[in-house]
Write a protein that binds this ligand. Sequence first.
Ligand code: C5P
Length: 248
Amino acid sequence: MTTFDAHPRSSLIVALDFDSLASAVKFAKQVADLVGMFKIGSQLFTSAGPEAVREISRLGTGVFLDLKYHDIPNTVAGAVLAAAAMPGLQLVNVHALGGASMMRAAAQAVSAGVPMGEDRPRLLAVTVLTSMDQKAIREVGIGGPPKTRAVQLAKLAQQAGVDGVVASVQEAKAIRKACGREFLIVTPGVRPKEAAGASRDDQARTATPREAIKAGADFMVVGRPITAAADPRAAAQAIVDEIAAAKS
Ligand code: C5P
């Protein structure tokens, strides 16, 4: 199984939400030595395909393939199997709302897709999107506060053999308590306080890097506060410094 080193940098995952592989690679090269992993999501993967994973993994950082699979178990298992065979892949995810049997099928596939003797990626489940507030989740028919739903979905994911979850910082503490120390928690919606304009963009539930670590996050995903910064290296370094201070 993939193991992650303890350097503060390794907790930082930078979201490469670019529309072309050329611009993603150009950007990634600028900050690769400062970050633990790059995240390839649906925007870049739809335009560039598996080549994006190959190119980015050549930079020596791990890759988080964030395609949030949500389909019938057989289809999701096939997608996870194909993903697990990609070079440098450390994290891949599904939507917990796909249900327990879908997550079980994904958990089996993530091990089966890896060549003998090699590390397998970790499988994560998305609980509730950090762009959704209570009103937004109610509109799609999900009752109760986002935190209650996120903890319930995290427990379901763990029972199904999933290695961890993507969840907001606000939910991380309760998930850590419910699912234990070994369960991975990845938090997006992270916004450093001093970030230019401190824009929340479309994130409804945000928190600082320090708050993420204090809440028990193993990794945080940061996109626009770094990719749209005037000085991306300085923005990434400031976050790594904040992670280091919060861990000490
Ligand atoms: O630019 P920003 O820091 O908001 O980027 C956050 C990244 O994390 C985006 O790529 C988004 O797709 C992803 N993400 C999220 N909320 C989740 C799961 C993933 O924002 N629950």
